[in-house]
Design a protein around this ligand. Structure first.
Ligand code: FES
Length: 596
């Protein structure tokens, strides 16, 4: 194990006064004003990234976690010092938290670089926070360890167990279909979220928690304990202890976030039936290390990776059940022969060594054995075609299996506002076998690629009992959502992608078997449409020409590159992820749900 080198603790990252001795003298004088002794200030300094906010109930246990991390740091002989960064909650981020993720990553990176910390504990949880922290820490090049806030507890409504946010959507869908009344929807509103913590299904927060553990950037077993449990607090203490050791050992993320580690993360994303957003975030984190997502190899990996975790929305359980069933270590044991077990983790040991010491399997029904999967292969499939030359994805494990091969008339919406205005109109010409197309919600178009890709079923059809339709957009959807929904169409319509050329009534073909998303319109006609003068663009909204919005729309890249800013990517190119040796060719098992 290599030792840390360079100035340590308070002596690191001195402010530039042109006199290093004076800079340290001044720094110590100020911090002594807060009551620190020289003994404390001579220790290894562990920064604790505090993302608590009154607007972020997913991080509502932040004070307890910080206290426990501090205890761990001090038990290991270090000095813990917390500092704040931006905090993002899905429901309190206009226009969308994705718009602010890169800003949070920049905040995280620059504060880690600026402060005299020998290592950092990143505490995050809500969807964009763990990706932002990993992106920032990857670029900051200091030892870092992730601690997630943990999932919320489930609630109960009229004897039925409920949890955010798959059940939020299910109940809202029933309300739209007039199956339940306004009194019941008001009742359920107070029961969906049982405590502070992150969403209790395989949404993006849970996905990123599990993916972080698979990447090796958080402690084995730490992804799944709910927010308000003793296990969660114990992991916080252990994380603090480990951060001191990482600082002393000089164990940086460059040795952990390798090609093989990203492959392990993709496996877990697929095997847990995780959020499609996880793929975008992993592409962004990989880009910070110089790797580029290879969508076709990811699809090949998907074909040979069964969905094993029985979590909503693809399955029926919640995160607290996954924790009781053995959590990520148990899942990794099931996947062991598909993993790169020599990859180093934050413990300083390899993933294989950690699995050797993990809890022996016991009977449970949340993490299935390989011969009895929830879905045999390909939880997420990559699609291509004349509608998505650079790719699109579908979470087929959470789709209506009868719609995976489908042709239908396009019903087109020009952006989220148009959708909101017309989707419930009694005059909307729409049939159950149509394809709902929503454009203008990509990274540049919206901006921020909002989760509007989960296009609601038009009210006229919902009332008739229609539960799912093929939907296509250049946006994203929440990992908690389900349906036959094609997302991340690239290039997006706002930068001239072919989605902009779809006309009302065109036939769209989805074939997950062929990995195809096609517009059945001739190339010649598409060329003609592309050359037609575009309708006058509406004037940009006030403020669009300055500040962060200007930076965002000028710099954000497409979904397959993680929607990161181009200038934040690593300067050294390290090649594709997954790498060439990651998948055995022609192992596709073909889609189709197993019979239980
Ligand atoms: Fe924070 Fe779902 S809203 S994790």
């Amino acid at each position: 194990m290599s030792e840390a080198s360079g100035p340590r603790g308070l002596q690191g990252n001195l402010t530039n006064y042109g006199d290093a001795g004076f800079a340290l003298f001044l720094r110590k004088a100020f911090i002594k004003g807060a009551g620190y002794t020289d003994d404390a200030l001579d220790r290894t300094v562990v920064g604790i990234v505090d993302t608590g906010s009154g607007f972020n109930p997913c991080h509502g246990n932040m004070p307890q976690l910080i206290e426990a991390v501090k205890r761990g740091v001090m038990l290991a002989g270090g000095l813990p010092v917390e500092f704040p960064t931006i905090s993002l909650h899905e429901a309190f981020s206009q226009p969308t938290s994705m718009y602010l993720r890169n800003l949070m990553s920049m905040d995280t990176e620059e504060m880690i670089k600026a402060l005299p910390v020998d290592a950092v504990v990143l505490i995050g949880g809500c969807d964009k926070t763990v990706p932002a922290q990993l992106m920032g820490a990857a670029s900051a090049e200091k030892p870092a360890i992730q601690l997630v806030t943990g999932s919320m507890l489930t609630g109960s409504h009229r004897g039925v167990r409920v949890g955010a946010c798959t059940d939020c959507r299910a109940f809202w869908g029933r309300y739209r279909a007039e199956e339940i009344d306004s009194e019941e929807i008001a009742d359920v509103n107070g029961r969906l979220v049982g405590s502070v913590g992150t969403c209790s299904v395989a949404g993006t927060a849970s996905t990123m928690a599990c993916v972080a553990e698979a990447l090796g950037v958080s402690l084995p077993g730490s992804a799944t304990p709910p927010a308000v449990t003793a296990d969660r607090t114990r992991y916080a203490e252990l994380t603090g202890q480990r951060a001191v050791r990482m600082a002393d050992e000089g164990l940086g993320l460059d040795r952990i976030l390798t090609q093989g580690a990203f492959e392990n993360a993709f496996r877990v994303l697929l095997a847990m039936g995780g959020s499609t957003n996880g793929l975008v975030h992993l592409a962004a984190v990989a880009g910070r290390m110089g790797y580029s997502l290879d969508l076709d190899r990811f699809d090949a990996m998907s074909r040979e990776t069964p969905v094993l975790v029985n979590l909503k929305p693809a399955g029926s359980h919640y995160m607290e059940d996954l924790h009781r069933a053995g959590g990520v270590p148990r899942l990794l044991r099931e996947l062991r022969d598909l993993l790169n077990t020599d990859e180093l983790t934050v413990t300083g040991r390899t993933l294989g060594e950690e699995l050797d010491d993990s809890e022996e399997p016991f009977p449970q029904d949340v993490i299935r054995p390989r011969d009895r999967p929830i879905y045999p292969a390909g939880g997420i499939a990559v699609l291509r075609g004349n509608l998505a030359p650079n790719g699109a994805i579908i979470k087929q494990a959470a789709a209506d299996q009868d719609l995976l091969e489908h042709r239908g008339r396009a019903v087109v919406f020009e952006g989220a506002e148009d959708l909101a205005r017309r989707i419930d109109s009694e005059d909307l010409d729409v049939r159950a076998d149509d394809v709902l197309v929503l454009r203008g919600i990509g990274p540049v178009g919206a901006p921020g690629m909002p989760e509007a890709g989960y296009i609601p079923i038009p009210r006229t059809l919902a009332r008739q009992g229609v539960k799912d339709m093929v939907r296509v957009s250049d946006g994203r959807m929440s990992g908690t959502a389900a349906g036959t929904i094609v997302l991340h169409v690239s290039p997006e319509s706002a930068i001239g992608g072919p989605l902009a050329l779809v006309r009302e009534g065109d036939i769209v073909r989805l074939s997950v078997r062929d990995r195809a998303i096609e517009l059945e319109v001739s190339d010649e006609e598409l060329r003609r449409r592309a050359e037609e003068p575009r309708p006058e663009a509406s004037p940009p909204p006030p403020g669009a020409g300055r500040g962060y919005r200007k930076l965002f729309t000028e710099q954000v890249n497409q979904a397959e590159a993680g929607c990161d800013f181009g200038f934040l990517r690593a300067e050294t190119d390290r090649g594709p992820v997954p790498g060439p040796a990651s998948v055995s060719a022609s192992t596709a098992a073909g889609p189709g749900r197993t019979d239980d």
